[in-house]
Design a protein around this ligand. Structure first.
Ligand SMILES: Nc1nc2c(ncn2[C@@H]2O[C@H](COP(=O)(O)OP(=O)(O)O)[C@@H](O)[C@H]2O)c(=O)[nH]1
Ligand SMILES: [Mg+2]
Length: 363
C-alpha cells in the first residue's frame, strides 16, 4: 500500500516527504519494497502499543509497521491538459492507494505562492478540478469500449457502463468520486481505471510555527471542507518538523516541550496516512522481535498471516490470539494461556486492531 503526496508547487511537499522518510528506524528494517526511487521512501508508523508490549516481552528488535510514500511533483492548473508535468504527474497519482494533499497555510514572504496569496481552499479547488477533469477524460475514453462489450452481452461490461454513467453525472456536478457510493459490483467493474477522485484523501495543513494546533481561520476552513467530503485533516509545520527530525533524542524531547508538542507531528501524519489507507495493525511478539504488521481493516486471519508470508496464508490452520490488556494483566503468555484468555481463531476470523498473534500453519 502506498500514498502519494500531492499539492501545488512550494507548499512544503518535499520538506514533509524528506522529514517523514529520513527516520532511521524505517530504513534499518527489512521492508519488502525493493525498488525505491529518489522520490519514494519508507515511513515507519510509530505505535505506542509496541512499547507497552515490550514491557513484558523483551525482544532483540522492535519493528514498527511501515508504508510507502511517493513525493509527486507539484501539480499546476491545466495539468489535466498536459500543463506542467501534466500526464506524468497524473499517472503517478493513478498508481497510489491514497492521496496526501499538502495545503499551504503558512505565511512566509520568502516563499513564493504560485497563485500569489495563501488560500488553501482555492488551492484544494485548483487540484480537485484537475483531478475531476482527468477522471472525466478517463471515463470518456473507457465508455465506447464498455458500451460495445455491453451490447455483446458481457455482464461485467453492463455494470461498467452503469458505473461510468453515474460517475460522469457526479463529476459533472463537480464532486469527487469519493463521495459517490456505488453498488459493489459496479465499483469493482471500474476499479482498474485508477480514478483519482475516488481515492481516499488526507489533507495536511502546513501551518505556521506559531500555530501548531491549526487554530487559524484558514485551517478551520480546510477542516470544514474535509468534513463535507469525508476526509481527515492533520496539521504540521513541515519546516519545524524537518528540524526536529534531525535532533538526537534528548534535544528532540526538549525542543518538543519548548514548542508544546507531545510528540512530533510527523508521527500523527504517519498514523493518519495509515488509517487513510484503510490499514490497522496486528502484532507478533517473541524474544527475537516484537513487530507490528499492516493489514487492511476487515481482513481475515489467513489474509493477515499472508502479510508475513504467502505460505502462512496458503497453509493456515489456526491463529492463537490475545490482546494487550491480557498481557498487562497476566504478564506472560504462559499465564494468559493458563487463564484461558488465549483465543483460538479459525479461517473466518476477522482481525481486530491490536491483536497479538501466533499463526499455526502447514505447508
Ligand atoms: N515558513 C515555512 N516555510 C516552509 C514550510 N515548509 C516548507 N517551507 C519552505 O517552502 C519552500 C518550498 O518547500 P518544498 O518542500 O520544496 O515545497 P514543494 O514544492 O511543495 O515540494 C522551501 O523553501 C521550504 O523551506 C513551513 O512550514 N514554513
Ligand atoms: Mg517538491
Amino acid at each position: 500500500m502506498e500514498a502519494g503526496i500531492v499539492g501545488l508547487p512550494n507548499v512544503g511537499k518535499s520538506t514533509l516527504f524528506n522529514a517523514l522518510t529520513s527516520s532511521v528506524s524505517a530504513q534499518s528494517a527489512n521492508y519488502p519494497f525493493c525498488t525505491i526511487e529518489p522520490n519514494e521512501g519508507i515511513v515507519s508508523v510509530p505505535d505506542p502499543r509496541l512499547t507497552r508490549i515490550t514491557q513484558f516481552i523483551v525482544p532483540q528488535k522492535i519493528i514498527p509497521a511501515a508504508l510507502k510514500l511517493v513525493d509527486i511533483a507539484g501539480i499546476v492548473k491545466g495539468a489535466s491538459e498536459g500543463e506542467g508535468l501534466g500526464n506524468k504527474f497524473l499517472s503517478h497519482i493513478r498508481q497510489v492507494d491514497a492521496i496526501i494533499q499538502v495545503v499551504r497555510c503558512f505565511e512566509d514572504p520568502d516563499v513564493t505562492h504560485v497563485a500569489g496569496n495563501v488560500d488553501p481552499i482555492a488551492d484544494i479547488d485548483t487540484i480537485e478540478t484537475e483531478l475531476v477533469l482527468a477522471d472525466m477524460q478517463t471515463l470518456e475514453n473507457a465508455l465506447p469500449k464498455a458500451e460495445k462489450s455491453a451490447r455483446g452481452g458481457d455482464k461485467e461490461a453492463k455494470l461498467r457502463v452503469a458505473a461510468i454513467q453515474k460517475c460522469n453525472a457526479h463529476l459533472e456536478s463537480e464532486q469527487p468520486l469519493r463521495t459517490l457510493e456505488l453498488p459493489e459490483g459496479e465499483a469493482n467493474a471500474i476499479s482498474s481505471y485508477g480514478l483519482m477522485t475516488a481515492k481516499p484523501i488526507l489533507y495536511v495543513a502546513n501551518v505556521d510555527e506559531s500555530d501548531l494546533a491549526g487554530e487559524h481561520e484558514l485551517v478551520q476552513k480546510v477542516r470544514e471542507h474535509a468534513q463535507k467530503t469525508g476526509a481527515e485533516v492533520a496539521c504540521v509545520c513541515a519546516k519545524l518538523e524537518a528540524e526536529i527530525a534531525e535532533l538526537d533524542e534528548a534535544d528532540r524531547a526538549e525542543m518538543l516541550s519548548d514548542v508544546g508538542l507531545e510528540e512530533p507531528s510527523l508521527n500523527v501524519i504517519a498514523r493518519e496516512t495509515y488509517r487513510t489507507l484503510g490499514l490497522q495493525s496486528y502484532f507478533t511478539a517473541g524474544e527475537k522481535e516484537v513487530r507490528a504488521w499492516p493489514v487492511p481493516i476487515g481482513a481475515t486471519a489467513p489474509q493477515a498471516a499472508g502479510v508475513i508470508h504467502s505460505d502462512f496464508e496458503r497453509g493456515f490452520i489456526r491463529a492463537e490470539i490475545y490482546n494487550l490488556d491480557d498481557l498487562e494483566q497476566y504478564k506472560t503468555e504462559k499465564e494468559i494461556r493458563a487463564a484461558g484468555k488465549l483465543r483460538v481463531e479459525g479461517k473466518a476470523y476477522v482481525m481486530q486492531d491490536g491483536d497479538i498473534c501466533h499463526f499455526l500453519f502447514n505447508v
